[in-house]
Design a protein around this ligand. Structure first.
Ligand SMILES: N[C@@H](CCC(=O)N[C@@H](CS)C(=O)NCC(=O)O)C(=O)O
Length: 216
């Protein structure tokens, strides 16, 4: 039987979200490299917004990490990645959305400058932009998350969920950019990120990505 295909590249926080859930659920797949810049018309037929990731299983195609994860939950319900309790379910979707939008808007440009621009495009990174994000745009996000995370396995209901997948994924890009959450200022968030990244599903992918960046 042909393997499930995930189109995308590993540094994308959205591709990583999908891969972490596939790993959590023990679903086999292959990663088909698609760079998210200047994608082909052929790729736009399966991912009309031209974004990565896109899921493909035979002639079934599905773009968007959040859609893919929701679909995976239906075809492979165990282990569950969404809380069963309706209120917790709602909160998990909220943190996923926060990770996919506000958190990525504040952290993504740091990764872009330090990794994509400096290491892949071999250009001088804009450190003043990096500094603006580190000093002005990230702190309110970290302050908010510091107030939300607890001491347990997951930000919602004490169990690992899609919320942790999304939030943990953004912080991998922060790490690739040579940054770490300052544990003196945001102790709970720093411990939370470390804990999420230590899960086997995250750990394997982080190590693979680090090895890929080291060879650049
Ligand atoms: N909501 C989408 C966002 C995906 C996304 O923005 N991916 C980026 C790469 S990290 C991309 O493909 N960007 C190319 C573009 O916006 O044209 C998801 O969750 O999959």
């Amino acid at each position: 039987m042909a393997k499930i295909q995930i189109h995308g590249v590993n540094a994308s926080p959205f591709v990583r979200k999908t891969r972490v859930v596939l790993a959590e659920k023990g679903i086999d797949y292959e990663l088909i490299p698609v760079m998210p810049i200047g994608v082909s018309d052929e790729y736009k037929k399966i991912s009309p917004l031209g974004k990565i990731p896109c899921y493909q299983d035979g002639d079934y195609v599905l773009p968007d990490s959040s859609c893919i994860i929701a679909y995976l939950e239906r075809i492979h319900p165990n282990p569950a990645i969404y809380p069963a309790d309706p209120k917790q379910f709602g909160r998990a979707l909220w943190y996923e959305e926060y990770g996919d939008t506000k958190a990525i808007e504040s952290i993504g440009p740091i990764f872009f400058q330090r990794v994509v621009r400096a290491k892949i495009m071999k250009e001088e990174p804009d450190e003043s932009l990096v500094n603006k994000h580190l000093t002005e745009l990230c702190p309110p996000v970290f302050d908010y998350l510091e107030g939300e995370v607890g001491d347990s396995d997951g930000i919602v209901g004490g169990r690992f969920s899609v919320a942790d997948v999304a939030l943990g994924s953004v912080f991998v890009n922060f790490q690739h950019a040579g940054e770490k959450v300052d544990a003196t200022r945001w102790p709970k968030l720093a411990a939370y990120v470390e804990h999420v990244h230590a899960r086997p599903s995250f750990k394997g992918i982080i190590e693979e990505e680090k090895a890929a960046f080291a060879s650049l």
